[in-house]
Design a protein around this ligand. Structure first.
Ligand SMILES: *Cc1c(COP(=O)(O)O)cnc(C)c1O
Length: 958
C-alpha cells in the first residue's frame, strides 16, 4: 500500500485485508484470489480481461461527496404544490436523526427472526394500528411499495375475493394519473377489463354493468371531496368489492373509508414525515375489512406469545408466503418499505391524535384561505368541497400561471390548458400562498393568516370517529421521550451495527456512512417526482450515470431504475418479454419455465405478468436438471415465453451448463430471464448479457449497498438487451423517455414514480464511484473467499450441501443441519435460535432447502467476526452432540430453550440440566458484549390461531 492508496474506499468496504486473505486462501487451498476465482467461476463465462470500462477510476470518500454535491447543485428545490400523491411534510428532526440516519434502524433485516426484531415489529404494529384507525378498517399490513401499486394490489385482491364472475374493474376518472396508468398496464397483463368512469357524476350505476370491483380516489385527484357511499353500496350490491385510495392526513378530518362501506383502503403514508425524495421511497399502505385479512399482500405483523407466555410480535400468516404458495401467492411483494413505515408510524406517535388533527386542520385551513383569496379575483374553482387541493379554472392561461408561479419559487400543476391544480400541505407557508396568488395576478404585497380560518370540507363528511387512541400515541410527545422510545426499540433489535447478519441470498454487506450521507440533502430529498426537467437535472444525470454503470457490469444495453424492489424488477422484465412476444405476433407464448430451486417471487411475478408457470427439476448437485429442461422446452416449444433462472443458483453454486441452458431456450424461441439477486458472486467476473441473458433484475439493496431498512426500501433495476428496451417500464409523467445510451422505454409503468425510489440511488452511485471497476472485482473475490473459507472450516461439523465442480461454492454456502437433526433431535430452528445467545443473527433458514442454513458472509466482514461465527457454529454443534449423547434431555437443553432472556436465567429457581453460564455466556467474550434478547422463543402457531394485528392493550405487558 502506498500513502496514495491510504484513502482508497475499497480498503474500508472490504473487511479482510491482504494478509488475512492469504491465511484464508491457504485454508481453502489456493495461492491467490485469482486462482480461487479461476477455479470457482466456470471458464465458459469468466471474463478475465476487464472491458474498456465506463466506470471511472475510484474516487475517495471525500471526492465522491464533492461530485455528489456538484450533482445536487444542478437540482433546484422550489416549493412543490404539485400534489398528486406527493406532499411537503416536516420530518421531526428527532426522527431523521434517530431513525433515518441511524444504522440501528436502517441496517436491520426483514424481521423473519422475530425474537431479535421486537423493536421494529413494535414500530410496524404501530404503523398498522395507525392505518386501521385512520381508515376505519379492521386489519392493515406493514407497508406496500407505493400508492399506485397498492391500488393495483387492491384490484387483484378484489379479483381474488369477489364472487362476481365479471372480469371488469371500474376505476374513478378522478384518480391520480400515475395510478390510472399502472392500473391500465397491470390489468391488461392479467386479462382484467378496466373501465374508467366519472363516479362522482354517475347517478345510475346500473349502466356500468357487472363488475368485480370498483375503485374510488378519496379525495379525488382534482381535490374534490364527495361522498362515495352510494357508489360503494351499489357496487357491492352486485357482488363487487370497493377499493378506496384515501389520503391519510385528510382522514383525520373526514369520514373514514371503512365507515363509507369500503372493503379495502390503500394509499401512501409519505406525508407522515417522509420526504418526497423525487418519488420515493415511501411506504404505501393497505387495510381491509374483517374476513379479508388472509388476502392481504405483503407482510402482516401480529401478536403472539413467547415460551414464557409473554406477548411478543412476529410476522403472521405465512410470512414467506411466496416461498410456500409460489404461483398461488397473494402477491409478489417481498422487500417492502419498512424503514419508511417506521418513520411514518413515529410521526403519528410523536404528534398523537391531537397533533395529527391539528396538522390536517392547518392544511385544510390553508387551502380554504387560498381558495378565498383566489375567489376575490373572480377565479372559478372547480369544486366547492375540498381538503388540500384546488382546481382553478383559467381558460388558456394555465401554462402562463404555472410559469409565473415557478419564477416565484412555487411549482403548480398544469392539469390541462384551462386548469391549474394546487395542493397545500404541512410545509406550506404564507409566503408560498402569497406567491400563488401573485401567479394568478394578485397584488405584490398582501398578508395572509390561516388562524381561525375553517376549511372547505362538507359537513356531511366531517369525521366523528376517534383514532390513535392507543396509549402509545400519547406517551412520547416530548422530544426526550421520543428519543428514548426510539432507542429502547432499537436496543431490542439485532442489526449490522451489532454483528454480522450472514443471510444467504440477502447480501447483508456494509452500508457505508459516506454512501448514506447525501440521502437527506434537500436537493435530493425535497424534489417532487413530477417537477420540471430543468429543476431536476442533477438527479437525472446521476440516474443516467448509474444506468450506464449497471449496464456495463451486467453486459446489457439498457437499464431502468423504476422498479422499487427485486420483485418489481422481475415483473418489469417479464412484462418486457411479454411485450416483445406480442409485438412479434407471438401472443400464444405464455409459458414461463422456473427451476424448482427458484426464489418464491419468481413464480408470483410470472403470474402477475400473465404467464403460466412450469417447474423444471434440479439434480442432486443443485443444478438445473438439463434433461428435464430440454424435455420441458420441447414440450412447450410453441408456447414458451421465457426461462427464469437464478445465477449463480439459489443453491449458491455456479452452474457450468448455463450457456447450454440459455441456448436451448433461445433455440425454441423463448427469452432468458436471469434473476440477478446473487450478482455479488459475479460482479466483475462474468456478465449475464454475455452468457445468454436477455433481461435481469439486480437488487441494489443487496449487491449495491442500499441498506435493507428492516425490510425495505429496495431498488430492483431491470437491465436488458436492446431488443427489449421498447417494452421496459415507461411513465406518463416522466421528465424524459430516453435512457442512457439513447434507449426509449415504452412499456407501462411498474411504480408510481418515473424513477421509483430515486432518493436512495446516491447510495449505489457512491458505492460504484468509490470502488471503481477494480474495487468491485476485489469485493467479489473477497466475498467468494469468505464463503468458501466458512464452508471449509465448517464442513466437518455440518455437511456443505452443494458445491460446484472444484468443490467450491460461490458467495454463499448451504450447511445441512438435517443429519444433526436425525442424530440428536436438534432442529435447524434450535440452531438458529441458539445463535442469538451467542450474539448472532441466524443465517437464512430452510431456504432454498428445508432443514438447512444458508450462510453468506459478504466481503464486508473481517476475519475476526468470521472466526467468531465459525466458533459459535462449532460450539453449537458440540452442544447438539451432547444432547445426542444423552448428557442433556432432548426437551431441556440450551438449544431447545434458546434464546435465553435475562429474566429466564434470573427469575425463580434454576432447575435445568445446564448452568446459567452455559445458557447466556457460552463463550467468554459475551460477558462484556452481550446482546440481551427481549423475548424467549416465539410460538408461531399461537399467533396465527389468535390473529391480532394492532397494538395490544398495555396491560398485556404488565
Ligand atoms: C432477494 C431476492 C429476490 C427478491 O427481491 P426483493 O427485493 O425482496 O423483492 C428475488 N430473487 C432472489 C434470488 C433473491 O435473493
Amino acid at each position: 500500500m502506498t500513502d496514495f492508496d491510504y484513502y482508497a474506499f475499497a480498503r474500508r468496504h472490504i473487511g479482510t485485508n491482504g494478509f488475512e486473505q492469504q491465511q484464508m486462501l491457504t485454508t481453502v487451498g489456493y495461492d491467490s484470489l485469482d486462482d480461487l476465482v479461476d477455479a470457482a467461476v466456470p471458464a465458459a463465462i469468466h471474463v478475465r480481461e476487464a472491458p474498456e470500462s465506463a466506470i471511472p477510476a475510484p474516487a475517495t470518500e471525500r471526492e465522491a461527496l464533492a461530485e455528489l454535491r456538484a450533482l445536487a447543485d444542478q437540482n433546484r428545490v422550489r416549493t412543490s404544490m404539485i400534489g398528486l400523491g406527493y406532499y411537503g411534510t416536516l420530518t421531526p428532526a428527532v426522527i431523521t436523526r434517530n431513525v433515518l440516519e441511524n444504522p440501528s434502524w436502517y441496517t436491520a433485516y426483514t424481521p423473519y427472526q422475530p425474537e431479535i426484531s421486537q423493536g421494529r415489529l413494535e414500530a410496524l404494529i404501530n404503523f398498522q394500528t395507525m392505518v386501521t384507525d385512520l381508515t376505519g378498517l379492521d386489519t392493515a399490513n406493514a407497508s406496500m411499495l407505493d400508492e399506485g401499486t397498492a391500488v393495483v394490489e387492491g384490484m387483484l385482491l378484489a379479483r381474488r375475493a369477489s364472487k362476481s364472475t365479471s372480469n371488469r374493474f371500474i376505476a374513478d376518472a378522478d384518480a391520480l394519473p400515475q395510478t390510472l396508468a399502472l392500473l391500465a398496464s397491470r390489468a391488461e397483463a392479467v386479462g382484467i377489463e378496466l373501465v374508467v368512469r366519472d363516479l362522482a357524476g354517475a347517478d345510475d350505476l346500473t349502466e356500468l354493468g357487472a363488475h368485480f370491483g370498483v375503485f374510488v380516489q378519496y379525495p379525488g385527484a382534482s381535490g374534490r371531496v364527495w361522498n362515495p357511499s352510494s357508489v360503494i353500496a351499489a357496487s357491492k350490491e352486485q357482488g363487487a368489492l370497493a377499493v378506496v385510495a384515501a389520503d391519510l392526513l385528510a382522514l383525520a378530518l373526514i369520514t373514514s373509508p371503512g365507515e363509507l362501506g369500503a372493503d379495502v383502503a390503500v394509499g401512501t403514508s409519505q406525508r407522515f414525515g417522509v420526504p418526497m425524495g423525487f418519488g420515493g421511497p415511501h411506504a404505501g399502505y393497505m387495510a381491509v375489512r374483517k374476513g379479508l385479512e388472509r388476502q392481504l399482500p405483503g407482510r402482516l405483523v401480529g401478536v403472539s406469545q413467547d415460551a414464557a407466555g409473554h406477548p411478543a410480535y412476529r410476522l403472521s400468516l405465512q410470512a414467506r408466503e411466496q416461498h410456500i404458495r409460489r404461483e398461488k401467492a397473494t402477491s409478489n411483494i417481498c422487500t417492502a418499505q419498512v424503514l419508511l413505515a417506521v418513520m411514518a408510524s413515529m410521526y403519528a406517535v410523536y404528534h398523537g391524535p391531537a397533533g395529527i388533527r391539528a396538522i390536517a386542520s392547518a392544511t385544510a385551513a390553508k387551502a380554504r384561505m387560498l381558495a378565498d383569496a383566489l375567489r376575490e379575483y373572480d377565479l372559478h374553482l372547480e369544486h366547492d368541497a375540498y381538503f388540500d387541493t384546488l382546481s382553478v379554472h383559467v381558460p388558456g392561461l394555465a401554462s402562463t400561471v404555472v410559469e409565473r408561479a415557478r419564477d416565484l419559487g412555487v411549482l403548480l400543476w398544469e392539469h390541462d390548458e384551462a386548469t391549474v391544480r394546487i395542493s397545500v400541505d404541512e410545509a406550506t407557508t404564507v409566503d408560498d400562498i402569497h406567491a400563488v396568488v401573485r401567479a394568478f395576478g394578485g397584488p405584490e404585497t398582501a398578508s395572509y393568516s390561516w388562524f381561525q380560518v375553517t376549511n372547505g370540507l362538507p359537513d356531511e363528511l366531517r369525521r366523528t370517529s376517534t383514532y390513535l387512541t392507543h396509549p402509545v400515541f400519547a406517551a412520547h410527545h416530548s422530544e426526550t421521550a421520543m428519543m428514548r422510545y426510539l432507542k429502547s426499540l432499537a436496543d431490542r433489535d439485532y442489526a449490522l451495527d451489532r454483528g454480522m447478519i450472514p443471510l444467504g441470498s440477502c447480501t447483508m454487506k456494509l452500508n457505508a456512512a459516506t454512501e448514506m450521507e447525501s440521502v437527506t440533502w434537500p436537493e435530493f430529498a425535497s424534489l417532487h417526482p413530477f417537477a420540471p426537467e430543468a429543476d431536476v437535472r442533477g438527479s437525472l444525470a446521476l440516474i443516467e450515470q448509474l444506468e450506464t454503470w449497471l449496464a456495463e457490469v451486467t453486459g446489457y444495453d439498457t437499464v431502468s431504475l423504476q422498479p422499487n424492489a427485486g420483485s418489481q424488477g422481475e415483473l418489469a422484465g417479464l412484462l418486457a418479454i411479454r411485450g416483445y412476444h406480442h409485438a412479434n405476433g407471438d401472443t400464444e407464448r405464455t409459458v414461463c419455465l422456473i427451476p424448482s430451486s427458484a426464489h418464491g417471487t419468481n413464480a408470483a411475478s410470472a403470474v402477475l405478468a400473465g404467464m403460466s408457470v412450469v417447474v423444471v427439476a434440479c439434480d442432486e448437485l443443485g443444478n438445473v436438471d438439463l434433461d428435464d429442461l430440454r424435455a420441458k422446452v420441447e414440450t412447450h416449444a410453441a408456447t414458451l415465453a421465457a426461462l427464469m433462472i437464478t445465477y449463480p443458483s439459489t443453491h449458491g453454486v455456479y452452474e457450468h451448463d448455463v450457456k447450454d441452458i440459455t441456448q436451448a431456450v433461445h433455440d425454441a424461441g423463448g427469452q432468458v430471464y436471469v434473476d440477478g439477486a446473487n450478482l455479488n458472486a459475479l460482479l466483475g467476473f462474468a456478465r449475464f448479457g454475455d452468457f445468454g441473458g436477455d433481461v435481469s433484475h439486480l437488487n441494489l439493496h443487496k449487491t449495491f449497498c442500499i441498506p435493507h431498512g428492516g425490510g425495505g426500501p429496495g431498488v430492483g433495476p431491470v437491465a436488458a438487451k436492446a431488443h427489449l428496451a421498447p417494452y421496459l417500464p415507461g411513465h406518463p409523467l416522466a421528465q424524459r423517455t430516453d435512457h442512457a445510451g439513447g434507449f426509449v422505454h415504452g412499456g407501462g409503468p411498474v411504480s408510481a414514480a418515473p424513477y421509483g425510489s430515486p432518493s436512495i440511488l446516491p447510495i449505489s452511485w457512491a458505492y460504484v464511484r468509490m470502488m471503481g471497476a477494480e474495487g468491485l472485482r476485489e469485493a467479489t473475490g473477497a466475498a467468494v473467499l469468505a464463503a468458501n473459507y466458512i464452508a471449509v472450516r465448517l464442513r466437518e461439523h455440518y455437511p456443505v450441501l452443494y458445491t460446484g465442480e472444484n468443490g467450491l461454492v460461490a458467495h454463499e454456502c448451504i450447511l445441512d443441519v438435517r443429519p444433526l437433526t436425525a442424530a440428536t433431535g436438534v432442529t435447524v430452528d434450535d440452531v438458529a435460535k441458539r445463535l442469538i445467545d451467542y450474539g448472532f443473527h441466524a443465517p437464512t433458514m430452510s431456504f432454498p432447502v428445508a432443514g438447512t442454513l444458508m450462510v453468506e458472509p459478504t466481503e464486508s466482514e473481517d476475519l475476526a467476526e468470521i472466526e467468531r461465527f465459525i466458533e459459535a457454529m462449532i460450539a453449537i454443534k458440540a452442544e447438539a452432540d451432547a444432547v445426542g449423547r444423552g448428557q442433556w434431555p432432548a426437551d431441556d437443553n440450551p438449544l431447545r430453550n434458546a434464546p435465553h432472556t435475562a429474566e429466564s436465567v434470573i427469575a425463580g429457581e434454576w432447575d435445568h440440566a445446564y448452568t446459567r453460564e452455559q445458557a447466556v455466556y457460552p463463550v467468554r467474550s459475551l460477558v462484556r458484549g452481550k446482546y440481551w434478547v427481549p423475548v424467549r422463543r416465539i410460538d408461531q402457531a399461537y399467533g396465527d390461531r389468535n390473529l391480532m394485528c394492532a397494538c395490544p392493550p398495555i396491560e398485556a405487558f404488565a
